[in-house]
Design a protein around this ligand. Sequence first.
Ligand code: RIB
Ligand code: CA
Length: 326
Amino acid sequence: MSIHKVIIDADPGVDDAAAILMALASPEIEVLGLSIVAGNVSLEHTVTNACKLVGVSGRRDVPVFAGASGPLVREQVYGKYARIGSFDDKLVKAGDVVPAEESAIQFIVRSARAAVTAGEQITICAIGPLTNVALALIQHPDVARGIRQIVSMGGAFTALGHRTPWAEFNIYADPHAAEIVFQSGVPIVLMPLDMTFQALFTADHFERFRAGGEAGAALYNLFTTFDRSDEKRFGRPGGPIHDATTIAWLIRPELFTSREAFVGVQVTGLTMGYTYADFYNKMNRPSNTTVVTDVDETGFIELLIERIVRHGGEAPEIRTTGGSHA
Ligand code: RIB
Ligand code: CA
């Protein structure tokens, strides 16, 4: 089994919670740390939420780093459930994990450089606005050499947007950062709404999270409190868990179908945050992105549930490479 060394760059967020807890229960993934960005809620709250998730997972060896508090250029926007702020203690048990002193950007830079020195590369799972990742790449271009791939949840092509008619939230929240990352030369694997909308989780699936100890209970509480269904749009009950597709892709890529394309981002005007993919090579530019187009719905749902349920069994093996302790 090959083990991916991964930084999860996140803005928790209920989707992020599922992705983080899935990764922390997966032996195929060594989570070096969580680099946190503002997005669904303010940075103060995304950091608190990340610390609470590490607490309920029992994986206190995984450090949490605070990063950018706002986008590079545009005005700040938050997610649909911005009002929730920090996860209520009734939903996700309070713990005593605190963030590390080092910034998330410095952590990304340090980890990528250490990987180069060790003759290996890391993966970044980017499941929030891309501000932290863009800052690391702009401020220290050499770090690109230490990054094998950025597996990013973001964008919308044929499905079009959910934050605006054209834009998916993570790209809309910092389109300039997204464009920097897409054009950075680091291979991108993109999980757009077109694909994440294909796997819908229902009340029966959430019920099964409850076998996953404190982590599973936290996810059950979050997903049954914050309704993510949209029957008008999906034509059936249930809602997507976008961010967890990045982790599933690393563990079981055979569950997904993809196409290569040059991808770019519209950074100004009414359509700010729109992502375009040149699937038919009209722009005559080499592919910069593996666009994931389809998912095996049942395979992905069962994989996520199976990993969350593992939190209810024996504690996952603790790994200690990389990062400082929170
Ligand atoms: O568009 C989905 C993304 O934005 C996810 O990362 C989720 O956390 C949301 O707010
Ligand atoms: Ca997110």
